[in-house]
Design a protein around this ligand. Structure first.
Ligand code: GAR
Length: 191
């Protein structure tokens, strides 16, 4: 069985979209794959309760309890590796990971970023797209490399920036597309 571990920091709506797709499309039967664990670096991440309600094991590795980033990375790595994952999926996981950590999962760690990469890496992507006068915005699923928001692009979705948009209206429009392209990109890899 191919194991998929999902990392979240917040509401985990992308995580929910992936788990819903895995169930609806029976990834276990068709791709011999299942989501084995959801891990959060924030104890208050609301996505944890939802994952539990779906019968998926959850774990917290709270970054605030570590003084050194390397210690956090190593503990997180142990928690992930206990599930022997084929894929590690960052779904709104808001911690920057060290180069050793990323190298350990080379080629099998994915991220979703709320912009049309390579434009607008980092934070506040939607406001920056509005400020730049972009007519289109979107989201990107990519493999993770040690360079922030870089790596092979696996899927992108484009949405229009509408007159009167603010950060939250644009983010909501982009998020609906994220929920489609992230499960699709994972499904394509499992195939
Ligand atoms: C999503 O928009 C995702 O693209 C973004 O955080 C949101 C998480 O939403 N990720 C990043 O900004 C990563 N740099 P979710 O928790 O509801 O999936």
């Amino acid at each position: 069985m191919q194991s998929i571990v999902i990392l979240i920091s917040g509401s985990g709506s992308n995580m929910q979209a992936i788990i819903r797709a895995a169930k609806a499309e029976n990834w276990a039967k068709h791709y011999n794959a299942c989501i084995t664990s959801v891990i959060s670096n924030r104890p208050g991440a609301t996505g944890l309760a939802w994952a539990q309600s779906q019968g998926i094991a959850t774990q917290i590795v709270d970054h605030k309890t570590f003084t050194e980033r390397q210690e956090f990375d190593m503990t997180l790595r142990e928690a992930i590796d206990a599930h022997k994952p084929s894929l590690v999926v960052l779904a709104g996981f808001m911690r920057i990971l060290g180069a050793d950590f990323v190298a350990h999962y080379a080629g099998r760690m994915l991220n979703i970023h709320p912009s049309l990469l390579p434009a607008f890496t980092g934070l506040h992507t939607h406001q920056r797209a509005i400020d730049a006068g972009c007519r289109f915005a979107g989201a990107t699923v990519h493999r993770v490399t040690p360079v922030l928001d870089e790596g092979e692009i696996l899927a992108q979705a484009v949405v229009p920036v509408l007159i009167g948009d603010n950060e939250s209206t644009l983010a909501a429009r982009v998020l609906t597309q994220e929920h489609l392209i992230y499960p699709a990109a994972i499904r394509a890899l499992l195939k």
